[in-house]
Unconditional design. Structure first.
Length: 441
């Protein structure tokens, strides 16, 4: 029986089995993870009752809920709403260690929130979280008056935060945009003003989304072209009602599926005016030759043959796994570049996608900051999803367009952001099955 080694233990896991299929149809994309988690933290930091409608219902979202509850927020889940009674500008010191599961966004945002509390907060997470770097955020928080350290001295979780932070001036290497977003969300509640001197920034659209939320709340700040951001202290968040838009990151897999299969898929619940960065994938696919039609609340992608291009993916690192698959079906050579931060996500996604697509017969090679992919005829085989939700779903798209059957391990990882992925693939005509494997005795 197949098993997956995790932390040295043999455990059961889920297999995703897919076969070549003709795919077309209409699917409704679930709510945005990035918006859902930002909404939860701001609702927690506000005083009063906030209602978040159509949130993403996934493990990452509920990790963020658990963090907010640990800091003292009240929470109700009513129909398709999250109802949050905020803890306000001073969180409670948690009664226990906070386990963020697999949610890197929740961990990084919560570290600054812990800096608002008058005491110690300890964070941990799963094996992937405990390998993801936190050093730049730790350094920046300590310059703002915190006492922050990793228990193993390696700038990774478990991490301890002692508040209260005061504010002041700090430098930040925003190699991950989540470091900067964490400061931006929480700094308005500090006693003093905060100045962030940014030495490097990746993934600007995600920071832009955070600033979009601050604008909605009337938060005062100055942004000098992402080189310096100044945030006024002593501010407050207000309770709010909001509707979470659809997730362009999740939609990416269906966009690429349509483009490589030469089918036609309409994706509902997507708004092109939303600040999400991964809507840029539509532009990538259009430049490669796909037909893209945008309506008020939906997008349609139709495949009609692709050609390879070079894409600067710094702003859209989550799209790298799916775009690597697109490159396998594009004439010539596709270069995915300037995205070194893809190596510090749930996995090293550059290496993972190169390794697993190679097993399927792809002509693909690693760059320090990306991938080079050439048109290939893929063959189904056993591949490892490495416990990474985006790698699992990208490999499923590859398998739906490969000869034979593809079996993808660790498919349970999809529940982190997109538990309905197999069901929606079937709605498009995909031959996909989720099978449970049990641990060896």
């Amino acid at each position: 029986m197949a098993v997956f080694l995790q932390d040295g233990r043999k455990v059961g896991y889920m297999l995703l089995e897919v076969k070549r299929s003709k795919t077309s149809g209409t699917v409704r994309i679930p709510g945005s993870k990035s918006h859902t988690i930002r909404a939860l933290f701001i609702a927690g930091l506000a005083e009063g009752r906030s209602v978040i409608s159509h949130p993403l219902l996934s493990k990452d979202a509920f990790s963020a809920v658990d963090v907010c509850k640990a800091f003292g927020a009240g929470f109700e889940h009513s129909e398709d709403n999250f109802i949050i009674n905020g803890f306000g500008p001073v969180p409670s010191v948690p009664e226990d260690v906070i386990d963020v599961g697999n949610s890197g966004t929740s961990l990084r945002f919560a570290m600054m929130t812990a800096g608002l509390a008058d005491g110690y907060t300890v964070f941990t997470g799963d094996s992937q979280i405990r390998r993801r770097p936190l050093g730049p955020l730790i350094k920046a928080m300590n310059k703002l008056g915190g006492d922050v350290f990793s228990t193993r001295g390696n700038d990774m979780a478990p991490v301890v935060v002692k508040g209260r932070l005061k504010g002041g001036s700090t430098e930040l290497d925003a190699f991950s945009s989540q470091y900067l977003s964490s400061i931006l969300i929480n700094a308005p509640l500090l006693e003093h003003d905060t100045e962030v001197l940014i030495t490097r920034i990746n993934e600007k659209p995600y920071v832009g989304m955070t600033l979009w939320w601050l604008d909605r709340q009337g938060i005062e700040y100055q942004n000098d072209d992402f080189r310096r951001i100044y945030i006024k202290g002593g501010q407050k968040y207000k309770a709010f009602n909001t509707v979470i838009p659809g997730d362009f990151s999740s939609a990416t897999f269906f966009m690429v599926l349509a483009a490589v299969s030469e089918g036609e898929i309409t994706l509902e619940n997507l708004n092109m005016s939303d600040p999400q960065g991964d809507k840029a994938v539509l532009g990538y696919l259009k430049e490669m030759g796909a037909e893209v039609r945008c309506c008020e609340n939906s997008v349609t992608v139709k495949g009609r043959g692709l050609k390879g291009i070079e894409i600067d993916m710094n702003a859209t690192p989550d799209a790298l796994p799916a775009m690597a698959v697109a490159g396998c079906f594009a004439d010539g050579e596709t270069r995915l570049v300037n995205v070194p931060q893809a190596r510090i996500k749930e996995t090293d996604r550059i290496r993972v996608m190169c390794t697993e697509l190679t097993k399927m017969g792809a002509d693909i090679e690693e760059l320090p900051d990306g991938l080079v992919v050439r048109k290939s005829r893929l063959k189904g085989c056993m591949v490892d999803g490495h416990g990474d939700h985006r790698a699992v779903m990208a490999l499923a798209v590859a398998g739906l367009n490969a000869d034979g059957e593809t079996c993808i391990s660790t498919a349970e990882a999809m529940s982190v952001t997109f538990p309905d992925f197999p069901m929606l693939i079937r709605e498009c005509g995909g031959d996909i099955r989720l099978e449970e494997e049990l641990p060896e005795k």
